[in-house]
Design a protein around this ligand. Structure first.
Ligand SMILES: O=c1[nH]c(NC[C@H](O)[C@H](O)[C@H](O)CO)c([N+](=O)[O-])c(=O)[nH]1
Length: 196
């Protein structure tokens, strides 16, 4: 067997409590579509509820970090606002309540457990590809570390159409393996592990 490839962790992860954000670019749609579909199917099979998979699109891969950053931040603001509502009059600042410690408010359904950023960069004749690819990967890494929400790197960086198609499992010469499935698995695993 080949050395390369994702090893199964052996643990089964229950996706049922998770809320996942998918942000995908619209460049190279014929590759994007199977990648998104593959990640959604794997997450549904792990128990993630369809209504808890939020899908947003952006023009190209270069827009992925901004969209992921704003959508994650908005969900966290909404969640903390909800938490404040839950705290209500029992907040420590309110002198009229007893000094009993308030219950820790459970996060609202608004927060995302994980995010998958999906884009397909196919090397054209210009250097455009390199500049986008580098900026996007650094941007997405910063977002997940800053927000604490795992951002799965679903950006294909390919030299040819065929390479991209094969990594979406729809290659013309060889079908290949749909990497979207790996990203869906990673989103569930990280969503569960970072919630512990
Ligand atoms: O997602 C992609 N965006 C691409 N360019 C658009 C870029 O992501 C931005 O949308 C654009 O530069 C405007 O910011 C691509 N190429 O140029 O080759 C590409 O292959 N894939």
């Amino acid at each position: 067997s080949t050395v390369k490839g994702l090893a199964d962790s052996g643990e089964r992860f229950d996706g049922s409590p998770l809320r996942i954000l998918i942000v995908h670019a619209r460049w190279n749609e014929s590759v994007i579509k199977p990648l998104v579909e593959g990640s959604v199917q794997v997450m549904l099979a792990s128990g993630v509820k369809r209504e808890n998979i939020v899908i947003e699109t952006v023009p190209g891969s270069y827009e992925l970090p901004m969209a992921c950053s704003r959508l994650i931040a908005a969900s966290q603001v909404q969640a903390s606002a909800t938490a404040d509502d839950l705290m209500g009059a029992s907040s420590l600042l309110d002198s009229s309540t007893s000094s009993a410690p308030s219950s820790s408010a459970s996060p609202s359904s608004g927060t995302f457990s994980a995010c998958i950023a999906i884009g397909v960069l196919i090397k054209g004749s210009t250097q455009h590809f390199e500049y986008i690819s580098e900026a996007v990967s650094h941007g997405l890494m910063r977002i997940q570390l800053d927000t604490g929400v795992p951002v799965i790197y679903g950006v294909l960086n390919c030299n040819t159409d065929e390479q991209a198609l094969q990594r979406a499992g729809v290659g013309r010469e060889q079908k290949g393996h749909n990497h979207g499935e790996d990203w869906g698995k990673a989103a569930v695993e990280l969503g569960v592990k970072t919630a512990r």
